[in-house]
Ligand binder design. Structure first.
Ligand SMILES: CCCCCCCC/C=C\CCCCCCCCCCCCCC(=O)SCCNC(=O)CCNC(=O)[C@H](O)C(C)(C)COP(=O)(O)OP(=O)(O)OC[C@H]1O[C@@H](n2cnc3c(N)ncnc32)[C@H](O)[C@@H]1OP(=O)(O)O
Ligand SMILES: Cc1cc2nc3c(=O)[nH]c(=O)nc-3n(C[C@H](O)[C@H](O)[C@H](O)COP(=O)(O)OP(=O)(O)OC[C@H]3O[C@@H](n4cnc5c(N)ncnc54)[C@H](O)[C@@H]3O)c2cc1C
Length: 618
């Protein structure tokens, strides 16, 4: 293929088999990046050529039957044996069996395994280990390993999500992924002195800034234990664009179809209008179109932020790690929630044909919706963002300067909205900043009052977690609105394109307020009159966007082969395509289906059943 950029490669493969989660998806999305980001140079030199040339095919095996969210609660163990310089991997309980990893059941011959590291009788928490699970000669399962598929799922039929357990499997010490971030630059002379006193690890390892389990079992911990979570942050940062892609494609299908479909005479004897002319159809679809554009911009921002921060981390600067975690966790949750709900609305807007696989919509839905669960269950991810926002709130109250996208926290909440009939973009951003700042403060106040009332920290946290969730969601929503507005304002407003996009951006902001009105009006920030401005503006924007709606979805430029939809075809020949699809159905290849003779004929013509039964036995 010759494509070196992994995101580009991912989307190129997607074109070949759109929304058919590849049986090698985890090899690309997590196994290769984990080796790239978590292995030492020596380990990369050994494993990358094999993995990049499909000799090693792998997955990311972290989740277990009993734990997915709580990584520190994982039960798989890796115990170091200094006598043999090996780790002993074990699945001590039923609930410790790895369960869910993609490409695991039948495809992979290796996996990176997250296991609790034990050395010298002490636990050091979750660490990653390279484990071969099948022979590279004949793909047979290796001794000490049980592996298989988990069975049918809601979707993802093309991916052999599997289970995996270990029975005191021994792996070499060198199979622990020992590159986190810097353990700190130990001067060469100290390293030589330090390591030669402690162990005889190969010299080439001594110049590494890595956490190590030395040959005698001494553990050198990394600068930050969460660096082991780096592959998840990478995929979370990538999922935002993936969710945006799914929503955008659903918008292409449903809006193109709504321009072709005519239904119900507008007045007695009149012609049937395009269903896209129904205001209720516009009310359901146009805000989703705006959301698709907004999430695409947010996806670009968060992935670029990942690349920048990851570069800093690899240079030893972990300063922006908490911010990246909060941003990627929150936006991953926000985008997959929005996209999943939006794709379902697009399907419903296509009536009966939307329920057919011929529409392409069910396949998009079952490909996007697990994103609400994998790579961090969405509610848990939102609460991680909330955890960061609470820290920002207390820093703001101490007068500390906050980083860019949280500077709104701690602002004066006594002001009122500047909203006028014009509905300026700046007033929209101010409204979202006020809402998020107010919800962050409300959650913090709730926590404080519970603690002052005698609750322990963890009790106060759980007792405030609904408000913490609201605050995190409002924070992510603000981010998407402001990021969209910044993109519009960065362009000159002279060109027609940007003027049209300004309407789309305005609709995204206005609709978001009207759909969450309570949170914007609770403290009187908006007057009733100003809400009226917003309602009228939304309806006006529908009319404004209608003439460009099809052009706005064409602009996503998804070819028919990627959409895989009879409804969203560029040429609009929906009905012929649906009929051809039906005719091609396997069951239509014979006039009478074979099951007639066995199941129906005995009911309809019992007298002639005998010869029918003969036939059925053929
Ligand atoms: C160079 C570029 C290469 C590009 C390569 C791209 C490849 C792919 C390209 C494109 C892809 C496109 C789209 C992809 C489509 C999707 C395909 C994927 C298919 C399916 C994959 C699914 C795989 C999985 O599901 S893997 C398993 C995922 N599991 C999880 O996510 C578990 C979630 N749980 C957790 O993360 C943690 O348990 C937790 C965070 C919930 C809690 O952790 P904890 O208990 O240890 O922490 P605390 O809550 O106590 O907090 C402590 C402290 O740590 C901070 N923290 C936590 N996590 C992180 C982190 N990740 N990073 C930084 N900091 C972190 C937390 O903030 C706290 O800090 P304090 O300061 O507050 O104490
Ligand atoms: C399609 C698919 C592919 C996957 N691929 C992989 C893979 O390749 N590798 C891999 O390792 N894993 C994979 N997973 C597993 C996935 O990462 C986990 O399912 C996910 O991390 C959620 O964990 P869980 O299933 O244990 O859910 P749980 O954590 O049990 O969540 C259940 C409920 O409990 C709530 N909850 C849990 N903890 C908290 C908390 N602290 N506070 C508030 N509420 C909480 C959640 O919000 C949720 O509503 C995949 C899953 C799916 C669906």
């Amino acid at each position: 293929m010759g494509i070196t950029d992994m995101q580009e490669a991912f989307y190129y493969r997607e074109c070949a088999a759109a929304h058919e989660n590849s049986p090698l998806g985890l090899h690309y999305a997590m196994f290769l990046p984990t080796i790239n980001k978590q292995a030492t140079p020596e380990q990369k030199k050994k494993w990358l050529p094999l993995a990049e040339n499909y000799k090693m095919i792998g997955t990311y095996a972290q989740t277990e039957l009993g734990h997915g969210t709580f990584i520190r609660g994982l039960e798989t163990t890796a115990t170091y044996d200094p006598k043999t310089k090996e780790f002993i991997l074990d699945s001590p309980t039923l609930t410790s069996k790895k369960y869910w990893p993609g490409c695991l059941g039948k495809t992979s011959n290796h996996c990176v395994v997250m296991a609790q590291l034990y050395t010298q009788g002490k636990s050091h928490g979750p660490h990653m280990f390279m484990v071969q699970i099948r022979s590279m000669e004949d793909h047979s399962v290796l001794p000490g390993i049980e592996v298989g598929v988990i069975g049918n799922k809601f979707g993802y039929g093309t991916n052999d999500n599997g289970f995996l357990s270990f029975d005191k499997l021994r792996i070499p010490r060198e199979n622990m992924l020992m590159r986190y971030s810097q353990v700190g630059r130990i001067p060469r002379e100290n390293m030589l002195m330090r390591y030669s006193q402690v162990s005889r690890i190969p010299r080439e390892n001594m110049l590494m800034r890595y956490s190590q389990v030395h040959e005698d079992g001494t553990y050198v911990k990394p600068q930050n234990a969460k660096l082991a979570y780096g592959s998840m942050v990478l995929i979370r940062s990538s999922i935002v664009s993936d969710a945006a892609r799914g929503l955008a494609q659903a918008c292409v299908i449903s809006i193109r179809y709504s321009a072709v479909r005519r239904q119900t005479e507008a007045y007695p004897g009149g012609e049937e209008p395009q269903i896209l002319d129904y205001q209720t159809q516009q009310y359901r679809l146009f805000p989703l179109l705006a959301s698709a554009y907004s999430l695409q911009l947010a996806g670009k921002y968060v992935f670029n932020t990942y690349l920048e921060v990851n570069d800093q981390i690899e240079k030893g600067n972990l300063e922006s790690m908490p911010e990246l975690h909060a941003l990627s966790a929150g936006l991953k949750a926000f985008s997959t929630y929005e996209a999943s709900a939006g794709i379902e609305v697009c399907r419903i807007c296509c009536g009966g044909h939307g329920y057919s696989q011929a529409s392409g919509l069910p396949k998009i839905y079952v490909d996007v919706v697990p994103g609400c669960t994998y790579e961090g269950e969405n509610t848990v991810m939102m609460l991680q963002t909330a955890r960061y926002l609470m820290k920002c709130y207390s820093r703001a109250k101490q007068g500390q300067k906050l980083p860019g996208f949280v500077q709104y926290i701690g602002q004066n909440l006594n002001k009122k909205s500047c909203m006028s009939e014009e509905v300026a973009l700046g007033c929209l951003v101010m409204a979202y900043e006020h809402r998020a700042a107010r919800l962050v403060e409300a959650a913090a106040m709730r926590m404080q009052s519970l603690i002052q009332g005698g609750k322990k920290q963890h009790e106060a946290w759980n007792g405030s977690s609904v408000q913490l969730f609201w605050a995190a969601k409002a924070h992510c929503h603000l981010f998407c609105v402001k990021n969209f507005v910044d993109a519009i304002q960065a362009k000159s407003l002279s060109s027609k394109t940007v003027t049209v996009m300004k309407s789309v951006c305005q609709l995204y902001g206005v609709h978001g307020i009207l759909e969450n009105l309570g949170e914007f009006m609770q403290d009187g920030f908006f007057s009733g009159e100003q809400v009226g401005y917003l309602q009228r503006k939304m309806l006006a924007l529908f009319e404004n966007i209608r003439p460009n709606a099809v052009a706005l979805v064409d602009a996503f430029d998804y070819p028919d082969m990627v959409l895989g939809s009879c409804l969203g075809r560029y040429d609009g020949q929906v009905y012929q395509a649906l009929y051809d699809y039906a005719k091609s159905a396997p069951m239509n290849q014979t006039e009478i289906h074979s099951t007639y003779y066995k199941h129906l004929k005995p009911l309809i013509n019992p007298e002639t059943t005998s010869d029918a039964m003969q036939f059925a036995k053929l």
